[in-house]
Design a protein around this ligand. Structure first.
Ligand code: ADP
Ligand code: MG
Length: 684
């Protein structure tokens, strides 16, 4: 008796080699198999009169073989079998290449259903190597057929047959995870029906019902899971804070805060004096000034006697925060420390002991903040910057360093509301929708390789006017082999230095460098000691070099729009007019359109919405990275109403049975635990 976790090799006809190919598609178990949803469908339900067939379309025809087939050998030794098929409306030629057996298996007077592409001309239509099945014994015609994404070694036919067997094997195994009342209240079909019809729909309506049910289930499970992940925080009391006059802090700043910054700070302060732990996301475009919002919160927490931790995704960024904030806080006698992987053992010991004794009020760092031996005396506020780079689990780890600290999450990827709802569920959101005054738009161009010499001349011109230039290269390699980042970028920079810009100063930055090296390269560039910085995406986050006014992105089609937007945020930080040049030779229409979006708007929210529409949410949050299950079927760019419904249903259910401990919710709970791979410790 199989189970949903049974290996796909259980299926007849799936041996070692095929199993390997299926694994490449993410199919390991029977559950994976039946959850491998079609990319699209081909409607082969209706047969059409031959006479009405249009050239180039795929169609089903019911026709009779008119005469015995003929066969002859053509160039290259291939065998060609040809036969004429007729229906009431007309006739067509049917041609088979390399299917010699057709000569003896097809006979005049037999009727078949043919499915294939219509070729030839309107006087003499033709199908080449069509699918043909005798009427009444149809497997591949007479129905809506699934079309799956494929890989080498697995054809549509094999896949659909394997899925068919998988569905048959699983029919008895699937317990419906949706509680029956939820299913009925939202007019959703049964799981068995849904899985059957998502693969082999009996009618378009059945397909729609299946899709709706499975999308709902997915969003429902995600919402319930997130709610369980966070529930325990909400019941608790947060670090106690009383109101403090913030104007003291604001007056110490070199600039007045923008209205949006003030609102975000007010939101956060209201949370912190509210008794419960703050759980707030502060979203704002690159350069909108989120650091000051964080700083105000740190200052406020410190006035209340609490320590803060600020976690950044890269060492460069952590250091930059430290260099900005330490002098600002010094005048308030708020002591800061920087804790990263490259801090020496002795210095590290000192910092750790000062954190434990409470001498340090703000600890800024990278993942190094998460290590076991980092302990705080009175940690009250945890801030994660550029949150989308951290997983749910990492955030949870940091917050475990205290009882129930206030949490502030800074996100520079403006996330469309649809997605924020899924990812953050019950997080409160402040949006900084206003840039500090004096910011200018970065002029953006999307061009092909034929512009190369003009671009080089442009770079030269900018440098001669005293500006600096970023050249960003993605890692380009085929799917299986990750190219050597260090080698690729270093070689490219070397070539630029020697051949293209021998008279300019070219420097290199890549992710494989030691933190110290990276810093010194960045510092030298910031100090104007090099003209062109060639780098991988390590510069994506945070780095501030106001004198750099031009960015060239090589193979720009390799990046997501949101990532390009982040990259572009590195220029346009000074007073000079700034430029971003996206280089790509792609002929792909879709990609060209994507890049064009960048030239039309500087608004991060618009860009990420477009990104979501064009590429789906996977690019925002890799499932592995974030510990959240991937969405396989729900499409957030159009299933907004369904998302509302699913979230509503999940909220209702969780309010009745927050731990899903009732017996009728057992299947649901087990499925969620499986999906989230929930570990007891990440729940806290
Ligand atoms: P991000 O939201 O991308 O983290 P930062 O906090 O790094 O943005 O701010 C970008 C730049 O804008 C910094 O140099 C910062 O000093 C400056 N800045 C922040 N707030 C203001 C403001 N209200 N007025 C003028 N400049 C500001
Ligand atoms: Mg920032």
């Amino acid at each position: 008796m199989p189970a949903l976790q049974t290996d796909v090799r259980y299926i007849k006809g799936i041996g070692e080699a095929r199993a390997k190919a299926l694994n490449k598609l993410g199919i390991f178990t029977l559950r994976d198999l039946i959850s491998y949803f079609p990319r699209t469908y081909e409607d082969r339900t209706l047969t059409r009169p031959i006479r009405e067939l249009m050239l180039g379309e795929h169609a089903c025809v019911r026709a009779m073989i008119a005469a015995e087939p003929t066969a002859h050998r053509i160039r290259g030794g291939k065998m060609l079998v040809k036969v004429r098929a007729v229906d009431d409306s007309g006739s067509m030629d049917v041609v088979f290449f390399n299917q010699e057996y057709r000569k003896s298996s097809l006979h005049a007077g037999q009727t078949y259903i043919f499915y294939g592409k219509v070729e030839g001309d309107l006087i003499r239509r033709q199908m080449v190597n069509p699918i043909l099945e005798p009427e009444g014994r149809q497997m591949l015609t007479g129905r809506i057929m699934p079309v799956y994404p494929l890989t080498a070694g697995v054809s549509q036919l094999i896949l659909s047959k394997t899925v068919r067997q998988g569905l048959d094997a699983c029919r008895e195994l699937m317990s419906d995870v949706l509680p029956d009342d939820v299913r009925r209240a939202h007019r959703l079909c049964y799981a068995n029906y849904a899985y059957e019809n998502i693969h082999f729909p009996t009618a378009p309506e059945a397909l729609e019902a299946a899709r709706r049910r499975l999308s709902f289930e997915e969003l429902f499970l995600l919402t319930c899971g997130l709610s369980m992940l966070r529930r325990r925080r909400r019941d608790a009391a947060g670090p106690a804070c009383h109101a403090v006059d913030l104007s003291v802090f604001c007056q110490a700043l070199p600039f007045p805060l923008t209205g949006a910054q003030k609102r975000a700070i007010d939101d956060a302060v209201a949370d912190m004096i509210g008794g419960k732990p703050m759980n707030r996301l502060c979203q704002g475009d690159v350069g909108s000034g989120k650091t000051m919002v964080a700083a105000a919160c740190v200052w406020f927490a410190a006035q209340n006697g609490w320590q803060s931790a600020l976690m950044a995704p890269t060492e460069i960024l952590a250091r930059q925060h430290y260099e900005n904030l330490a002098p600002l806080f010094e005048r308030f006698h708020i002591r800061c420390a920087l804790l990263t992987g490259s801090v020496r053992a002795s210095a590290r010991r000192e910092i750790l002991s000062a954190l434990r004794s409470g001498e340090i009020d703000l600890c800024i760092g990278t993942h190094a903040l998460l290590t076991d031996d980092v302990a705080y005396c009175r940690l009250g506020l945890v801030i994660t910057d550029e949150q989308h780079r951290f997983g749910v689990n990492q955030r949870a780890l940091l917050s475990q360093k205290a009882e129930n600290p206030h949490m502030l999450v800074l996100s520079a990827t403006p996330i469309p509301r649809t997605l924020a709802l899924v990812i953050y569920g019950d997080l409160d959101v402040s949006v900084i929708n206003e840039l500090p005054p004096g910011r200018q738009k970065v002029d953006t161009f999307s061009v092909g390789e034929d512009y190369r010499s003009r671009i080089n001349a442009f770079i030269r011109k900018q440098v001669s006017q005293g500006h600096q230039v970023f050249i960003v290269c993605p890692l380009v390699g085929d799917d299986d082999t990750v190219p050597d980042e260090r080698k690729a970028v270093t070689a490219y920079a070397g070539k630029l230095q020697e051949e293209t810009f021998p008279d300019l100063r070219v420097s290199v930055l890549h992710g494989k460098m030691k933190a110290k090296e990276k810093e010194s390269v960045m510092a030298a560039f910031a100090a104007g000691e090099s003209d062109i910085l060639v780098s991988t995406t390590v510069i994506e986050v945070g780095v501030d070099v106001p004198n750099a006014n031009t960015m060239v992105v090589e193979n720009a089609d390799r990046f997501g729009l949101s990532q390009l937007h982040q990259l572009r945020g590195r220029v346009g930080r000074g007073s000079a007019k700034s430029y971003c040049i996206l280089l790509s030779d792609t002929q792909n229409e879709e990609t060209r359109r994507r890049l064009k979006v960048m030239t039309q708007t500087n608004d991060g929210f618009k860009i990420s919405e477009e990104d979501l529409r064009l590429r789906g949410p996977g690019d925002f949050f890799g499932a592995r990275q974030h510990g959240l299950p991937a969405l396989k079927i729900a499409d957030l760019s159009c299933d907004m109403r369904l998302l509302d419904e699913a979230q509503q249903a999940a909220r209702e259910l969780m309010s009745v049975d927050p731990e899903l401990s009732l017996p009728e919710h057992r299947a649901l709970r087990e499925r969620i635990e499986e999906l989230f791979a929930l570990h007891a410790d990440s729940l806290n």
